[in-house]
Design a binder for this molecule. Structure first.
Ligand code: WT7
Length: 629
């Protein structure tokens, strides 16, 4: 499954385009199937309807765990590094992983969870989070992980959207020097979630929590009663594996649905090839299981490949900015995968935090989540990789399930700021505004993919039309990513950022419409407009313009209220970095907010606002610019 040279990459790529079915079936053969597929692929991007490994039967956890047991029962699957520094690491071997997953799967069964039921996972970054995903998959339940930083209301919306039956959660989370309550948030959310029957509560922080009789159960007590054997439920290739909510340019977050067979094949293939993982290496991805990176490259990809990984509960700055390098040194990490925002924050902290640690075990450095600026790339390459480790800048999305454009470590020549070349099986195209495909090199356009890869999203939960309209209707016949992209003279791809109303804050995707609707729930605000602006550490920050008429409160008070409101409706990750109180917003005569102008002002480009002649009231702009200064 692993490519070893650039020539092999080119050959694999050619074959994947000319004979995609033969290409992917050769790879799929390497897994353990309860029944082989009849046909490899059927697809159209019109409805859309994509099916891979048709009528194949399997269970992904047998491939993640059982398949490895003959040789790897005693091999470490995960080292767990706690939030608190200096704690001995907890080691989870493949055999222990098997037993824990089976026991938890049996708890779910005892709760009445059946194949196809949805289970919500709201947990900190502890091994039980990974066990939870796998326990669901073991019995064919569809997991829906909600990131621990989301508010009760967001959690409630997500639980209700897919009518989850059970929530797996924790009393709280350790995060740096803070203890964050989680069970109280779940309690708040469950006030209006009629589908939830049972809640399993992990004791992590030891904080006393309310336990509702008949609904809430103590994790360890339940798990310890169960057998460490649980027959894996037979799944069809196209049965859904999970739902993961993600923001778009309009409306509420969508539940992106991934299916089983294709997702398995692609996450394993991409993991092995991008990172060039070799047996016995130690791999560490710093993401949270609440995001797709934690699904594909902490849980499924590495386990499918039989890898040994580190799971880290904490944050990069605790107890100080040397924590990542301390962990790399402690576990002799060979492959390290993180986000540009973390790299920039650690760069800003200075090299004194890097120097005390031995980083010589490192072989590959990965980056994900947002465009990596050249300065951060160089700092990472020089100071962390000591100019010996390739930086793999991996471009992908929640919807793509796995990495689509990235160098293959030590195989593809890298270029700072470039995700470089598509993986085999991935056919990117750039299109202009009208949807014409732009051929040749040295060009720029909107990034689309013209052929299905095995882990493409299948639908958005409960609303297939929304999936079609969002991804397949802008440019008929193509999957539209929402990203702008340049293809340089060498045919290398550089992602330039979102072209829609989505902002990328510290690698987290946030829809401006969602933040606006949260702000508008604030009593004193009548209207708001949210845009992104360049932020040194976060990549993009959130800039909110808010109309607050005739209030007796001070601006500071109102700003505080707005922040609280966003906290409550979405969660701390969507809190605006800057709030400007204005008396009006620049609108066209048809009433559309001119975000282009608001973006310019937020960026500080006030002398270059472009054409404002179509504005209903050009004076508003003058006032906004003055307010900004
Ligand atoms: C959006 C997807 C991929 C897992 C984490 C984020 C941006 C992601 C890169 C990269 C430039 C990137 C894109 C994309 N993005 N990786 N290497 N270079 N931009 O997943 O929350 O679904 O966000 O993140 O804009 O569309 P996500």
């Amino acid at each position: 499954m692993q490519i070893n040279t650039f020539e092999e990459y080119q050959k694999a790529y050619d074959k994947s385009v000319k004979e995609p079915e033969a290409f992917w079936s050769d790879i799929a053969e390497k897994f353990s199937w309860q029944k082989k597929w009849d046909n490899v692929l059927e697809w159209n991007f019109k409805e859309p309807d994509v099916k891979w490994f048709i009528n194949g039967k399997l269970n992904i956890t047998e491939n993640c765990i059982d398949r490895h047991l003959p040789e790897k029962a005693g091999t470490v699957a995960f080292y767990f590094e706690e939030n608190e520094i200096g704690k001995p690491s907890r080691e989870i071997t493949y055999q222990q992983l098997h037993d824990e997953v089976c026991k938890l799967a049996n708890v779910l069964k005892s709760f009445g969870v059946q194949k196809g039921d949805r289970v919500c996972i709201y947990l900190p970054m502890v091994p039980e989070a990974v066990f939870s995903l796998l326990a669901c998959a073991r019995i064919g339940a569809v997991h829906s992980v909600v990131f621990g930083g989301f508010s009760a209301q967001s959690l409630q919306d997500r639980i209700n959207d897919s009518s989850c039956k059970v929530v797996l959660t924790s009393d709280g989370a350790f995060r740096g020097n803070k203890t964050i309550p989680m069970k109280p948030t779940v309690d708040e959310a469950l006030k209006q979630c009629s589908s939830i029957e049972k809640v399993l509560v992990l004791n992590r922080t030891g904080e006393k929590v309310n336990m509702q009789q008949g609904r809430d159960f103590e994790w360890k007590e339940q798990v310890s009663k169960q057998s460490p054997q649980c027959t894996a439920t037979t799944m069809d290739s196209e049965d859904p594996l999970f739902i993961l909510y993600t923001s778009g340019s309009t409306g509420k977050p969508k539940g992106v649905v991934h299916s089983t067979g294709g997702y398995m094949v692609f996450t394993c293939y991409s993991f092995l090839n991008v990172f060039q993982y070799k047996p016995e290496q130690v791999y560490w991805c710093t993401a949270d299981v609440g995001w797709v990176t934690g699904h594909s490259y902490i849980t499924y990809g590495p386990l499918l490949a039989g890898a040994t990984s580190v799971i880290f509960e904490g944050i990069p700055s605790y107890p100080d900015a040397g924590r990542f390098w301390n962990v790399v040194d402690k576990y002799k990490v060979n492959i390290f995968y993180t986000a540009p925002t973390a790299i920039r924050a650690l760069e800003a902290a200075g090299l004194d935090y890097v120097k005390p640690y031995d980083l010589s075990s490192l072989k590959v450095l990965g980056s994900v989540g947002e465009p990596i600026n050249e300065e951060a790339w160089q700092w990472y390459y020089k100071n962390i990789g000591k100019e010996k480790c390739p930086v793999v800048d991996t471009w992908w999305q929640t919807e793509t399930g796995g990495i689509l454009i990235s160098p293959l470590a030590s195989i593809t020549k890298t270029k700072p700021g470039f995700a470089t070349l598509p993986l085999p099986g991935v056919q990117p195209v750039l299109v202009d505004e009208k949807g014409n495909i732009i051929e040749g090199n040295g060009v720029e356009g909107n990034l689309c993919i013209q052929f299905p890869w095995p882990s493409i999203l299948r639908t958005t939960y409960g609303d297939h039309e929304r999936c079609r309209a969002t991804y397949f209707a802008t440019y008929p016949g193509l999957y539209f990513t929402g990203d702008g992209c340049r293809r340089d003279e060498d045919g290398y791809y550089r992602i330039t950022g979102r072209v829609d109303d989505v902002i990328n804050v510290s690698g987290h995707r946030i829809g401006t419409a969602e933040v606006e609707s949260a702000i508008n729930q604030c009593e004193d605000v009548v209207e708001s407009a949210v845009v992104g602006f360049p932020h040194d550490i976060k990549g993009q920050g959130i800039y909110a313009y808010c109309i607050v008429p005739n209030s007796l409160k001070s601006h500071d008070e109102i700003k505080k209220e707005i922040l609280n409101c966003v906290n409550k409706v979405i969660g701390p990750i969507a809190r605006p970095d800057k709030i400007q109180i204005v008396s009006g917003l620049p609108k066209t005569r048809s009433g559309k907010i001119m975000r282009r102008i608001l973006r310019k002002v937020a960026e500080g480009e006030i002398n270059n606002l472009g054409d404002i002649s179509t504005l209903l009231d050009p004076q508003v702009v003058e006032e906004i610019v003055k307010g900004k200064i």
